[in-house]
Every structure is written in structure tokens, then in C-alpha cells.
Design a protein around this ligand. Structure first.
Ligand SMILES: Cc1cc2nc3c(=O)[nH]c(=O)nc-3n(C[C@H](O)[C@H](O)[C@H](O)COP(=O)(O)O)c2cc1C
Ligand code: SF4
Length: 438
């Protein structure tokens, strides 16, 4: 186990995670003692447009994967249109490896509730929803309890803190479908329909929930709002890089000594994160990793010093995504890992469009064949050709994301595929598991 150097420890910037270790951090009393709801009092004295400008000035970008500028998104909501406006928080957190929103809601649910109230006030919404993953029973319980506490204290409901502003907040549990994290599928699911992506345009900013102007933001995005209101845009920008401002919760898992959430300034490298996490487990050497969940192209050991911000990771040919950093070693097989992810995408494909529905079905079968020692060299071309027909031709990002580990593992680890095909690696799947593979 490595002990982090003081200069690496200094890279930890606990902002969203700063209360997580306080006893009873999820209770409103503790939250109020630790700056809680101070940002709301300040925000309610400001003009909503000034709050939108503040978020624009801070450079905050969405924490849900795509990194869209949050202030810009809020600014798209038409004003004076006479329609109800909605804020919908995306708390679905289904991306494999991602574990930042659920711990936030479990340990510090009021941070999200306070962010919801400020963001709703800024976009002039009087109703907000938090759409939480159905399996996340514990987090949902904490969140519902926090919402009740906030109502009891007058932070939610009618005439909030005597300002005349009204807001109702509903916590809605989904049914555990990855596609319901895609923002338009989420809106369909929230409306009571089967969760499938909608055609865009029109965009949620004008035709979102119940065909009304809607902002959909990730949990981490909304929980970033109170600290920005309290600390100011310049303070927020003092962390991170020029185009990727602020701190970010990196969730580290896999072959490391101390898996968990590490909140650091954006632009930290995997080398530094590994140092914070105690290094690789004894006997393991880094071989491949995901910078932002399984929908982002794999990176290899040569990318240890890539800055983990939106631009740095894109420059290395991948995507920052959800900053779910999954670490694999020389004892893990990139072909098998990719197969397991593909099984997930195949299972979670909503079936609306042909490239994703059929492409993932067939790729799973090709992988089973390769892993059972019955693959051919042509299979590798078939995989690349299938990815070519899924990427950019699917109806939503699920299809695109499914191709990431296939193309990147073939780029960096083609020899591993050849070793199965040419008989140098023992088959990992039996003939029995091959059923339906041909
Ligand atoms: C298949 C799929 C699953 C997604 N799952 C999530 C999710 O669980 N949580 C999330 O915040 N965003 C998820 N997204 C991204 C959302 O569509 C959307 O970009 C995000 O909620 C916007 O919030 P932000 O601007 O605050 O990042 C997903 C996208 C796709 C294509
Ligand atoms: S890409 Fe996949 S999940 Fe998205 S709409 Fe098409 S079938 Fe559904």
C-alpha cells in the first residue's frame, strides 16, 4: 500500500463530500449547523436571472456524463410563457461503476434538497421531481425523510421562508432500468409511460415534462449549486481547470487498495488518484481502466498522466463521463470484461431502434463464441463493422456507449482476442454457455 504524499493529499477538495463523515449528516439539524440552507436564504434574496448568471459564470458543467454547461441549460427555459416549469433531478445512476450520487443522497440528502429549491427558484419552477433508481431503497428513504424535514422547517411548500415563493418537491422511485437515466426516457417514465427515449427536437427546455419547459440535471450538478451560491463563481473556478471548473467526485473501484469516492479538483490524474486510493492491490499491475463508466472507451497504463477533466480525457480518445474509474489489472481479461459489459447493454437496450437492439444481440453472441475458443479472425471484423453501424446510428446514447469498450479493447488489446482465437488462451466460457451464439 502506498501512502499519499502531502502534495497529492492537497488535491483532495471536499466540497460536496465535506459533511459525509459528520455524525447524523443526513439530519436537518446537523446540516443547518454545517452551513445548511444558508445558500437558500441568500439565493431567495437574489433575482432569479442573477442566479442563472452566477451558475453561468461559475462554469459549472453537468455531472451526469455529457458535461453540458448548467447555466446555459437553465437559460434556455423560456420566461413569461405562461406554462408551468419543472426541475427534474436525474438520480437514476445506472452507469456501471458509477457510485457518486447514491452516497451523496444517503449521507447528505439536504445538499440535494437545498440545491433543488435554489435551482427551481432560478428557473421559476413551482414543482420539482427527484427521479431515483428503484433499487436504491436506502437512499430514497433518506431523501424522503429529508424532504419531510425541509417541509416541516418551511424550506419547501408555500411561501418559503416568507418570500412568497412556493415549491412542491416529489421523490419518485423508478423501476430499475438503465435507459430511464436517459433524460427523455426518464420524463416518459415519470409521466407513467414505458421509459423510452423521445425524438429531439423538441428539447426538454421547451417540451419536457408534460410538454412544458423542463430542466433535467444530475444529482451532483444540483448539489453543486448551494456551495457556488455561498462561495461565489471565482471560488468555484479556483478549483479544476479553465474549461472544467470545480471539484468532482471520482468513484474508484476495482483492483485498488481503498475503493471509494475521492472528491478532487478536476484535472487530477489517475496516477494521483491511485496514490490517494492506496495504490494497486498487492500483486496487481494496472492494465486497463474506464475514465467514466463502461460507456466510455477504455484507457490503458500509458494514460496514467492524462488530466481527468472533460478536455483532457477527450484528448486521449475517451470521455470523462460519470468519472467512474474502474481499475483492472494484468490479472483481468479485457475481452471478458467487454463481454460482461455488452451483456449489460444487450439486456438494457430498450429495443426502440434496430442498430442497438440487433447489434448488441449479435455482438454478445460473437463474444461468447470467441470466449468459448470458437472464434474466427473474421469475427473481429464483424465486431468492428457492427460497432460502425451502431455508433452514431442509434436513437440514443445507450447504443453509442455500448460500442466504446468493444472498439477500444480491440484498439489496445487485439492480441488478447487473437490469443483466444488462435488457441493460446484457454476458453473462459463452456460450450453450454455458448447456447444461441451461432
Ligand atoms: C443510456 C443513458 C443513461 C443515462 N443515465 C444517467 C443517469 O443515471 N444519471 C444522470 O444524471 N444522467 C444520465 N444520463 C445522461 C442524461 O441523459 C442527461 O444528460 C443528464 O441527466 C443531464 O444532467 P446534467 O446536465 O446535470 O449532467 C444517461 C444518458 C444515457 C444515454
Ligand atoms: S439506442 Fe438502444 S436504448 Fe437507445 S433508443 Fe435505441 S434501442 Fe433504445
Amino acid at each position: 500500500m502506498t501512502t499519499p504524499r502531502p502534495e497529492t493529499l492537497a488535491k483532495l477538495t471536499p466540497v460536496l463530500t465535506k459533511r459525509w463523515l459528520s455524525p447524523d449528516a443526513w439530519r436537518i439539524g446537523t446540516y443547518e449547523q454545517l452551513d445548511g440552507y444558508a445558500a437558500l436564504r441568500k439565493a431567495l434574496k437574489a433575482h432569479p436571472d442573477d442566479l442563472i448568471q452566477l451558475i453561468k459564470d461559475s462554469g459549472l458543467r453537468g455531472r451526469g456524463g455529457a458535461g453540458f454547461p448548467t447555466g446555459l441549460k437553465w437559460g434556455f427555459i423560456p420566461q413569461g410563457d405562461g406554462k408551468p416549469h419543472y426541475l427534474v433531478v436525474n438520480a437514476d445512476e445506472g452507469e456501471p461503476g458509477t457510485c457518486k450520487d447514491l452516497p451523496l443522497m444517503t449521507h447528505d440528502p439536504h445538499a440535494l434538497v437545498e440545491g433543488v429549491i435554489i435551482a427551481s427558484y432560478a428557473i421559476r419552477a413551482s414543482r420539482a421531481y427527484i427521479y431515483i433508481r428503484g433499487e436504491a431503497v436506502h437512499a430514497a428513504r433518506r431523501l424522503r425523510n429529508a424532504v419531510q424535514e425541509a417541509y416541516a422547517k418551511g424550506y419547501l411548500g408555500r411561501n418559503i421562508l416568507g418570500t412568497g415563493y412556493d415549491l412542491e418537491l416529489v421523490v419518485h422511485s423508478g423501476a430499475g432500468a438503465y435507459i430511464c437515466g436517459e433524460e427523455t426516457a426518464l420524463l416518459d417514465s415519470l409521466e407513467g409511460f414505458r421509459g423510452q427515449p423521445r425524438l429531439r427536437p423538441p428539447f426538454p427546455a421547451t417540451h419536457g415534462l408534460y410538454a412544458s419547459p423542463t430542466v433535467v440535471n444530475n444529482v451532483g450538478t444540483i448539489a453543486s449549486v448551494p456551495p457556488i451560491v455561498l462561495g461565489g463563481a471565482d471560488w468555484w473556478k479556483s478549483m479544476g481547470t479553465e474549461k472544467s471548473s470545480g471539484p468532482m467526485i471520482y468513484s474508484l473501484s476495482g483492483r485498488i487498495v481503498n475503493p471509494g469516492q475521492y472528491e478532487c479538483s478536476m484535472g487530477i490524474t489517475l496516477r494521483e488518484l491511485l496514490e490517494l486510493a492506496g495504490g494497486m492491490q498487492p500483486g496487481h499491475n494496472l492494465r486497463f481502466w474506464t475514465p467514466g463508466g463502461s460507456s466510455t472507451p477504455l484507457l490503458a497504463a500509458e494514460h496514467l498522466d492524462v488530466p481527468l477533466d472533460f478536455e483532457g480525457v477527450a484528448g486521449a480518445g475517451s470521455i470523462l463521463g460519470t468519472t467512474a474509474t474502474q481499475i483492472f489489472s494484468d490479472q483481468d481479461c479485457p475481452v471478458y470484461a467487454t463481454y460482461r459489459w455488452l451483456e449489460f447493454y444487450h439486456h438494457e437496450s430498450c429495443g426502440k431502434c434496430t442498430p442497438c437492439r440487433e447489434g448488441n444481440y449479435w455482438m454478445v453472441r460473437v463474444y461468447r463464441r470467441i470466449l468459448a475458443g470458437q472464434g474466427t479472425h473474421e469475427d473481429l471484423d464483424t465486431l468492428l463493422d457492427t460497432c460502425d453501424n451502431i455508433l452514431g446510428r442509434s436513437f440514443c446514447g445507450l447504443g453509442d456507449g455500448a460500442t466504446s469498450s468493444v472498439t477500444s479493447s480491440l484498439k489496445y488489446f487485439k492480441q488478447d482476442y487473437l490469443d483466444y482465437i488462435e488457441g493460446r488462451t484457454a476458453p473462459k466460457l463452456s460450450d453450454k454457455q455458448l447456447v444461441g451464439a451461432h
